[in-house]
Ligand binder design. Structure first.
Ligand SMILES: [Zn+2]
Length: 155
């Protein structure tokens, strides 16, 4: 399988640097650079493509696994739903599987943001705490406290 400039362009548009693409495909950054800009240097491109495709075949499963992991990690760090739309932001550093509110260690942390104008500002929380955050944002917790006070006052 030939590594085409288009494939590198796609990886690059997913947020990978040429260095990371090189690491992924097991070839140097300058070789990636050459493939990426290779239309003008065809013979060199053919030689490098041959090398890269051979290498790709040898390690395609590993490359695919690493690419899937890379995409997953990239999404964790940068992809957020804002108003039902997928947005790319720089989230705060993620604590190791530990909810920033209740300190429970969980399989999946959610990034709760409260301001669509500044979606990068958020907290890493478990799903229970995420629901709590949402009810605080909607004012439901205040309504609960008021209701509780009213009931206590009436009795
Ligand atoms: Zn929690």
């Amino acid at each position: 399988m030939e590594i085409k400039p288009e494939a590198i362009r796609q990886l690059k548009s997913s947020g990978m640097t040429l260095q990371e693409i090189g690491d992924l495909l097991g070839i140097t950054k300058s070789e990636i650079h050459l493939i990426y800009h290779s239309e003008s240097i065809e013979s060199r491109r053919d030689r490098l493509n041959e090398y890269a495709s051979k290498h790709y075949h040898e390690h395609s499963k590993e490359i695919n696994k690493r690419y899937v992991e890379y995409k997953k990690e990239y999404a964790r760090k940068h992809v957020l739903m804002v108003n039902g739309k997928t947005t790319v932001v720089n989230k705060r550093p993620r604590p190791n599987d530990t909810c920033e509110l209740c300190s429970r260690v969980v399989d999946r942390l959610h990034y709760h943001h409260w301001d669509d104008g500044n979606p990068h500002l958020g907290v890493w929380v478990c799903s229970s705490c995420h629901k709590l955050c949402e009810s605080v944002e909607s004012g439901l917790h205040t309504k609960y406290l008021e209701l509780k006070d009213a009931i206590i006052y009436d009795n």
